[in-house]
Design a protein around this ligand. Structure first.
Ligand code: DX5
Ligand code: ZN
Length: 214
């Protein structure tokens, strides 16, 4: 299976964001992962639609927005207008999932459900027919550079079972490096998010190629 590599700009040099984006694009990234944090759903803040719009203007890569915010329904349209291609929000929010997935897909954007490490997959069967991808968090959301939570591998297997023959992708996010990428690939992921593993490297071509050929 071909893995898509999605560098998370959370670990990039924000003072040189355009340069960083062009560098990962040139290094072979398949999409760009954008971590949106509200200081409420997670204990950290990042950026909003206006910066995403500027990111859109400097790259052709698909933009993958991961909303770690309490009220995704209030912001979905704003991120779609800013030009994202993938949009996920968390199952731990009290959003009306189905209506929000439908709204996102109606606008031609892929809809994803994101699931925290401590959250079970019990609610997944109820939404699986409404989504294009499942984002499994393999660290506690909020910060880059954390260690991969091993139990996530089993969770990927379970998600894969629930997905069955549907065309729903699995994205893994958190603590991905050369070693953990092997484990999650075997378990069946399609999209690898990697922040620190890529951006802490001097030459982005190397970690991206390593992840893809794991
Ligand atoms: C964490 C974010 C991740 C983060 C991953 O809340 O969702 O996307 O950037 O960073 P690494 O790859 O360093 O764990
Ligand atoms: Zn993320």
């Amino acid at each position: 299976m071909i893995l898509k590599i999605a560098p998370s700009i959370l670990s990039s040099d924000f003072l040189h964001l355009e340069k960083e984006i062009r560098a990962v694009e040139k290094a072979g990234a398949d999409m760009l992962h954008l971590d949106i944090m509200d200081g409420h759903f997670v204990p950290n803040l990042t950026f909003g639609p206006s910066i995403v719009k500027q990111v859109r203007s400097v790259t052709k890569l698909p933009l993958d927005a991961h909303l770690m915010i309490t009220n995704p329904a209030d912001f979905a349209d704003k991120f779609i207008n800013a030009g994202v291609n993938y949009l996920s929000f968390h199952i731990e929010t009290d959003a009306n999932y189905v209506s929000l997935f439908r709204k996102i897909r109606k606008r031609g954007v892929k809809a994803g459900i994101a699931i925290n490490p401590e959250t079970s997959l019990d609610a997944l069967p109820g939404v699986i027919d409404e989504v294009d991808y499942v984002l499994i968090m393999s660290v506690h959301p909020g910060f880059g550079g954390q260690a991969f939570i091993e139990e996530s591998v089993e969770k990927i297997r379970k998600a894969k079972e629930i997905i069955g023959s549907r065309t729903v992708e699995i994205e893994i996010d958190g603590g991905i490096n050369f070693e953990t990428a092997k484990l999650v690939k075997e378990a069946g992921v399609n999209i690898l998010v990697a922040g620190s593993f890529i951006f802490n490297s001097h030459d982005y071509t190397k970690p991206i190629a390593e992840l893809r050929n794991v």
